[in-house]
Design a protein around this ligand. Structure first.
Ligand SMILES: NC(=O)c1ccc[n+]([C@@H]2O[C@H](COP(=O)([O-])OP(=O)(O)OC[C@H]3O[C@@H](n4cnc5c(N)ncnc54)[C@H](O)[C@@H]3O)[C@@H](O)[C@H]2O)c1
Length: 438
């Protein structure tokens, strides 16, 4: 069993946040942090900033704020850097993304325009709908990974941060299957030198981060850090990793509704989900190969939550379809429709319709913030490898090979909060509660 860390090192100095991909999510995150720091906005959607945690018995009435309970880095100590295939600074990129209103953009402008991307490692074979010239050159993938390592070292020295976290907010790459070269670190490094096609650009960033001792989170559904070679490297370098694919709109709703239906033993015949989306992410996902990566990530949740093998009469053979349509007029403001065919007592059919008019990057930005702060905490606590307690944030949570991923949002939250209690030596909460009636 993993031993509880004796102490968590304090968050001394600045924390650098490195984002491969400086598009809609990254710029909305940076601008938001700046507006919050200036007291012009509230950190809505962020558990680290707004959440509380109950400790001990209910009668003790101890529910501190999470940010006071744990030594998290302060928003004032965050410093931003990143890479993109376009040379636009974060202000121009935020303008192009079209998420934020003029007044918010202008207030965050001094900071945003100071965040200039570094040249990306990019290959169109992995993201076919994009073309950008702001990219590194190198004879092999190994060489490109070394250049990324130098970028990380230079950023650290120049910005005088004491710690770093990297979070992939780049585009969704084409679907890659597990390959034997992903099996262990030795095979992976050999393949880097041989320019193997099963290594995508996002893997080079993750490899560089882990080699530099930098925790890594993956906001997209690409394999990236979810392969045995990276888990091995993370263990060896004593670095925490987590992923994959931010759980924001439709899948968030799915993992809220499905556990509810199952808890009442309500059956499911089918779940049809469709979306219209008009941002650059939507354009990339219009390529069937990138969509396949996303589709796999979106489809998994229901199967795991409903457990058809345990409940064949309720969930065997239910039909699950997910569609995303690129529809430019909507920009970042996605609209999702879910038609859910359910059945109740005596098998009588019913329907549930969900129409979610959401804003993709507004939902994703607080997740980036929480993941950055929690990964930095994990690093200072000496936790390494896969951080399953951060499943709460992902559509395809990473977990140990012998486990199935936990998708139920409420179990994920309990796991997350119990991990925080465990880190501080507080008793875990089981919700048994018999002691109140003795
Ligand atoms: N917003 C959400 O709700 C949400 C939810 C889940 C996952 N995601 C994922 O998060 C990622 C970012 O979303 P977004 O809306 O900001 O997309 P975006 O298209 O606005 O930004 C992605 C940026 O990554 C850059 N990029 C692509 N490949 C790169 C590379 N190899 N190196 C450096 N930069 C690269 C692109 O040029 C672009 O600027 C996407 O993969 C998306 O699927 C977003």
């Amino acid at each position: 069993m993993m031993r509880r860390p004796k102490k968590v090192a304090p968050p001394k100095g600045k924390l650098g946040v490195l984002t491969p991909g400086m598009g809609a999510v990254t710029t909305t995150f940076i601008a938001g942090v700046e507006l919050i720091r200036r007291g012009q906005a509230q950190p809505v959607g962020s558990l680290t900033q707004m959440g509380t945690i109950r400790l001990g018995k209910r009668t003790e009435k101890r529910s501190p704020e999470i940010k006071k309970f744990l030594p998290l880095a302060k928003l004032d100590d965050l410093v931003f850097g990143g890479w993109d295939i376009f040379p636009d600074d974060a202000y121009r990129a935020a303008r192009n993304a079209g998420v934020l209103a003029e007044k918010d953009l202008e207030q965050a402008k001094p900071l945003l325009s100071s965040v200039k991307p570094m040249k990306a490692v990019f290959d169109r074979n992995y993201v076919r709908r994009l073309e950008g010239g702001y990219v590194k050159k190198g004879a092999t993938k190994w060489e490109l990974a070394q250049q990324l390592r130098e970028d990380i070292q230079n950023f650290k020295a120049k910005s005088r941060v004491s710690r770093l976290v990297m979070i992939w907010c780049g585009s969704t790459e084409v679907h890659l299957k597990a390959n034997r070269i992903h099996r262990d670190l030795k095979s992976f490094e050999k393949a880097l030198k041989a320019n193997h096609e099963a290594i995508s650009p996002s893997m080079l960033y993750a490899y560089a981060a882990l080699q530099e001792g930098v925790p890594f989170a993956n906001g997209a559904p690409n394999l990236t850090v979810d392969i045995p070679a990276m888990v091995e490297l993370a263990q060896e370098k004593k670095v925490p990793i987590t992923g994959k694919d931010f759980k924001t709109g439709q899948t968030l709703m799915k993992t809220i509704i499905a556990p509810g239906l199952k808890s009442r033993m309500i059956g499911l015949r089918g779940w049809f989900s469709t979306n219209i989306l008009g941002n650059r992410d939507g354009e990339v996902l219009d390529d069937p190969e990138s969509f396949k990566t996303k589709e796999e990530s979106k489809l998994g949740a229901l199967e795991y939550i409903l457990q058809p093998k345990l409940y064949p009469a309720l969930y065997n053979g239910f039909c699950h379809k997910v569609r995303i349509h690129y529809y430019p007029p909507r920009g970042d403001n996605k609209e999702g429709w879910d038609n859910i065919d359910i059945f109740g007592w005596l098998g009588y059919p019913m329907q549930l319709k969900v129409n979610f008019l959401c804003r993709d990057s507004i939902l994703a930005a607080p997740l980036v913030l929480d993941l950055v702060l929690f990964l930095d905490l994990a690093q200072r606590a000496g936790l390494r490898g896969i951080q399953e307690w951060l499943s709460f944030y992902f559509k395809s949570p990473m977990c140990a090979p012998q486990l199935y991923p936990e998708h139920d949002l409420f179990i994920q939250l309990t796991k997350l909060k119990n991990t925080l209690r465990w880190l501080r030596g507080e008793s875990l909460i089981t919700h048994l509660g018999t002691e109140y009636y003795d």
